[in-house]
Design a protein around this ligand. Structure first.
Ligand code: 5GP
Length: 144
C-alpha cells in the first residue's frame, strides 16, 4: 500500500523536488501545494497566500514537504500548520536553501542542504524579480 506523499511547495520547489524524488526508492505519491509571499518584491511580504491545494487526503500519509528556500520562516510555518491540520501520520520537511539569519518564526526543518547568506538568489526553480529565470540550471545571487 502506498503511504508516502511528497509535496513540493510551488512554485520554487519544483526543480529540487524533481531531482530529489528520482533518488527516492519508495512507493510514493506526489501532491502539490502552492504558496506565494513575495509578489514582485525581493523581500518577503510576510503575508502568505495559498495558491494551489492538494487533491488527495493526507490523513494516514507520511508526508515529505519539499521547499526551495526558507527565509523568515512564515511560509513554511503556515504550510506546515495547514498540512498538520489534515492529520498526516508524520510530516518531515526538507529545504534546499536556508537564510537562517533572517528567521522570524521557529520552524522545524528535518534537513537543509545549504545555509546561505542574506542575499536574494534565483535559478534552479527560484524566480528572479518579475517571475523569470526559474529554468536556470544553477543558483545565482542577484547583484547588489
Ligand atoms: P519566508 O516565508 O520564509 O520568508 O519566504 C519563503 C519564500 O520566499 C520561499 O518559498 C521563496 O518563494 C521566497 N524566497 C525567499 N528568499 C528568496 C530568494 O532569495 N529568492 C527567491 N527567488 N525567492 C525567495
Amino acid at each position: 500500500c502506498i503511504r508516502d506523499s511528497v509535496i513540493p511547495l510551488l512554485r520554487g520547489g519544483f526543480m529540487f523536488a524533481a531531482d530529489l524524488v528520482r533518488y527516492m526508492d519508495v512507493d510514493l505519491q506526489i501532491e502539490f501545494l502552492g504558496a506565494a509571499s513575495y509578489g514582485e518584491q525581493t523581500v518577503s511580504s510576510g503575508e502568505v497566500r495559498l495558491t494551489l491545494d492538494t487533491t488527495l487526503p493526507l490523513s494516514g500519509r507520511d508526508v515529505l514537504l519539499v521547499e526551495d528556500i526558507i527565509d523568515t520562516g512564515l511560509t513554511l510555518a503556515y504550510i506546515q500548520n495547514l498540512i498538520k491540520s489534515r492529520n498526516p501520520t508524520s510530516l518531515r520537511t526538507i529545504v534546499l536553501l536556508d537564510k537562517e539569519i533572517r528567521r522570524k518564526v521557529d520552524v522545524e526543518i528535518d534537513r537543509c542542504v545549504f545555509n546561505i547568506p542574506d542575499r536574494f538568489v534565483f535559478g534552479y526553480g527560484l524566480d528572479s524579480p518579475g517571475g523569470f529565470d526559474r529554468n536556470l540550471p544553477n543558483i545565482v545571487a542577484l547583484k547588489e
